[in-house]
Design a protein around this ligand. Structure first.
Ligand code: SAH
Length: 244
């Protein structure tokens, strides 16, 4: 009787260990698979299309995009497309994130402001490159979710805020770079004012269908601006949910 019980508990232990081993190797296998997909994304979607800033490419090799998408889209995380997130918003296409990041011409000691935290992916990419990232999201749910993810992933240089990004974040201005990931009809004045001397801003500007990605550079208090790419972003909203 005694021996029988012992054998039973032995086999239970063996079974549990085997189960643990298989789930562990499945996880490791999947992470390995993701890093392969990430490398492929960097080569075929970014390098092949002319992204060459080493810091940007390095950040894309590191940040695990599959952790920023909804569970049902995990298998599509490294595809060449935007994906839906909560509140009817989207995580941008990897190439667009890379293109905008490269256009900011970042230095390590730059202080960057992002409008539209969304999934948090763009902020994480920025946080791999610069010392501090300030990011504002208008939907509480999205902002809180991104903040938890930043904590979980160990980012201590991303500062989050729930609010209307149209107004910027005057308490921490001026910013060396500002990136806007939702589209207003015009460049918000407060953001222009919060750009540092020599600062760069990338922002999609225009109506619903297609917008122009605009690069603004501030020199001796004057702003030079040029359109650099036709793009399609979700609209910038006000606190009543209306388009800006
Ligand atoms: N950078 C994000 C892209 C998210 S899409 C990412 O990497 O996933 C743009 C985001 O801008 C949405 O989450 C939307 O809710 C947010 N948004 C729209 N209007 C805003 C505003 N006035 N202030 C701050 N965020 C805004």
């Amino acid at each position: 009787m005694k021996t029988g019980k012992k054998e039973l508990s032995h086999s239970k232990v063996v079974f549990t260990l085997a189960l643990l081993f298989f789930s562990f190797s499945a996880c490791v296998g999947q992470e390995g698979n993701f890093s392969g997909l990430r490398e492929q994304m960097v080569k075929t979607q970014l390098e092949a299309r002319g992204i060459e800033d080493e810091q940007v490419l390095k950040a894309f090799r590191k940040v695990e995009r599959h952790k920023f998408v909804l569970p049902r889209y995990i298998s599509m995380a490294y595809q060449d497309s935007p994906l839906p997130i909560d509140e009817g918003q989207t995580i941008s296409q990897p190439y667009i994130v890379a293109y905008m990041t490269e256009a900011l011409n970042l230095e390590q000691d730059d202080k960057v402001l992002e409008i539209g935290t969304g999934s948090g992916y763009q902020a994480a990419i920025l946080a791999e490159i610069v010392d501090s990232v300030y990011t504002i999201e208008i939907f509480e749910n999205l902002g809180n979710k991104a903040k938890s993810l930043f904590d979980e992933l160990g980012y201590t240089n991303i500062y989050t805020k729930i609010g209307d990004g149209y107004k910027g974040w005057p308490e921490h201005a001026p910013f060396d770079a500002i990136i806007v990931t939702c589209a207003p009809t015009d460049v918000p004045e407060p953001l222009k004012n919060q750009l540092a001397e020599g600062g760069r801003m990338v922002i999609p500007v225009g109506g619903d269908a297609v917008q122009q990605l605009v690069l603004l550079i501030k020199n001796r208090d004057k702003l030079k601006q040029k359109s650099i790419l036709p793009v399609r972003f979700v609209p910038m909203l006000d606190t009543d949910g209306k388009k800006r």
